[in-house]
Design a protein around this ligand. Sequence first.
Ligand SMILES: Nc1ncnc2c1ncn2[C@@H]1O[C@H](COP(=O)(O)OP(=O)(O)O)[C@@H](O)[C@H]1O
Ligand SMILES: Cc1ncc(COP(=O)(O)OP(=O)(O)O)c(N)n1
Length: 273
Amino acid sequence: MNVKHALTIAGSDSGGGAGIQADLKVFQELQVYGMSAITAVTAQNTLGVHGVYPMTVEAVEAQLTAVGEDLGVDALKTGMLFSSEIIKGVANKIRYYEWKNIVIDPVMIAKGGSKLLEDEAVTAIIHDLIPLSTVITPNIPEAEVLTGAKIVTIKDRKDAAVSLSKMGTKSVVIKGGHAEDGENVIDLFYDGEEFYEFKNTRKNTVNTHGTGCTFSAVIAAELAKGKEIVEAVRIAVMFTQAAITEDLNIGQGHGPTNHWAYNRQLNRGNLDE
Ligand SMILES: Nc1ncnc2c1ncn2[C@@H]1O[C@H](COP(=O)(O)OP(=O)(O)O)[C@@H](O)[C@H]1O
Ligand SMILES: Cc1ncc(COP(=O)(O)OP(=O)(O)O)c(N)n1
């Protein structure tokens, strides 16, 4: 059986809703072989992040070498990277192994407000990682930090996407979960030439823990399978909407999303593949 390989370079979420755990669940659902390099362990549940324990750069690099020397990578995503040292180590390995289909989810702060990236590491994301990327997927606060510009209107979002594109990425998705778009959520995709708006009804739920991780993992899985970037983003929007809509109601706080839901809806014929 010829199966494609996807790698996640991210933090561990003991609660299972975000980070490495969410990414591997997505890879499995989308039938790509999932691999991981853990950058930090978090003690986390649906009520928040209770501890952050970063790995050493050597430990992160050793995991990437182990994957690079044996298994091969058709696409990869990065999530929580924590420090500039880890970011530089990851960028070096991407260059050394000439990995392609690079999805950068510039994770900075968890929903409860805990820092998952040191402040000074933003510069390393801009200089070392963005130029290697096929797509970068910030939420609105992350896009504001990366561009230094306040984002309120759709026009602001388009300007931010153009600024990010000029930093050297091939394409950009600015996710709309944190915006006030009335009854809708709008994810804006820019491929360097054209804008695409993916609009959905905003769901009234607290169970959105790990939506950003899920979204970027779907893009990585679909790029691994050879999909064009705009098509990979379209599937990521559908997968994430299904995962939020059929939520699981787990835990006492911001619960995880449902990674089975997309395939369940496909099997029921509710979605076009
Ligand atoms: N309440 C919601 N209803 C519907 N979709 C949502 C909701 N919140 C987030 N999303 C979707 O989840 C994905 C992640 O969005 P966002 O919350 O902006 O990122 P992050 O999880 O990185 O903070 C996007 O596709 C966004 O449209
Ligand atoms: C280990 C770890 N990585 C990333 C996140 C952030 O997840 P994300 O999907 O961006 O959003 P929230 O769930 O924080 O809203 C995390 N919490 N933990």
